[in-house]
Design a protein around this ligand. Structure first.
Ligand SMILES: O=C(O)c1cc(=O)[nH]c(=O)n1[C@@H]1O[C@H](COP(=O)(O)O)[C@@H](O)[C@H]1O
Length: 231
């Protein structure tokens, strides 16, 4: 079954807040993205419940550790039944390959996606960490590494989508946070794009948090965004 185009980032700290958000989202039309904030607060059993209730879940824990640890961590994530898991591409080829191999034991493994350069980072933020390349160059370099390691795709900003689809092929999946409908606050995101432009640029799955979760009416906001991308 095709995965939804939009994953809503449920960045909150209590089960009550998460349940409240989920109750306002159309199951089957959007997926749920559970990241470090919520997962650390309420754990895997709540995530499993969402999977059982029919939501597609992206478990965004951005694993970045030694190969053995990351392989075991993605195995635990796959056992929850989520559709997408991620690791940091900067963990290197050996780490990414170990994660890929660990998922071979599953009949329906989750998509294994590598984070390239966080959408909150600009060229100067990268330079500060010792990376001399531009964000775009670094995204391409890490995405090639991820593809060679046999991963299903990468997390990048929609600004790099055309380049990656051209250089790495259309079946290599692009998951893009940093999505901001026109007139919404960028917050800490630096490499942003509107949902319409992101779809045009060829992204496969968009992650959208605050523009939906902080909206006065999240249900209406989702409907508006889905309509804007023809879903
Ligand atoms: O892997 C991610 O999901 C991720 C990668 C990235 O480069 N940038 C990024 O913002 N994210 C996540 O995407 C979500 C974006 O949320 P908003 O900025 O509120 O739309 C957050 O939950 C981030 O943790």
């Amino acid at each position: 079954m095709a995965l939804p185009k939009i994953y809503v980032a449920l960045d909150c700290q209590t089960q009550e807040a998460a349940d409240n958000l989920v109750s306002q989202l159309p199951a089957g039309k959007v997926g749920l993205k559970v990241g470090k904030e919520l997962f650390t607060a309420i754990g895997p059993s709540w995530v499993k419940k969402q999977v059982e209730q029919g939501f597609s879940v992206f478990l965004d824990l951005k694993f970045h550790d030694i190969p053995n640890t990351v392989a075991k961590a993605v195995t635990s994530a796959a056992k929850i039944g989520v559709d997408i898991v991620n690791v940091h591409a900067s963990g290197g080829t050996e780490m990414m390959s170990a994660a890929r191999d660990a998922l071979k034991q599953f009949d329906k493994p989750p998509l294994l996606i590598a984070v390239t350069v966080l959408t909150s980072m600009s060229d100067s933020d990268l330079a500060e960490t010792g990376v001399q390349a531009t964000a775009e160059q670094q995204v391409l370099k890490l995405a090639k590494l991820a593809q060679q390691a046999g991963l299903d795709g990468v997390v990048c900003s929609a600004q790099e989508a055309r380049m990656l689809k051209r250089d790495l092929g259309t079946s290599f999946k692009l998951v893009t946070p940093g999505i901001r409908p026109a007139n919404s606050a960028a917050g800490d995101q630096k490499r942003v794009m509107t949902p319409e432009a992101a779809i045009e640029a060829g992204v496969d799955y968009m992650v959208i948090g605050r523009p939906i979760t902080q909206a006065a009416d999240p249900t209406a906001r989702v409907a508006e965004i889905l309509a804007s991308i023809g879903e």
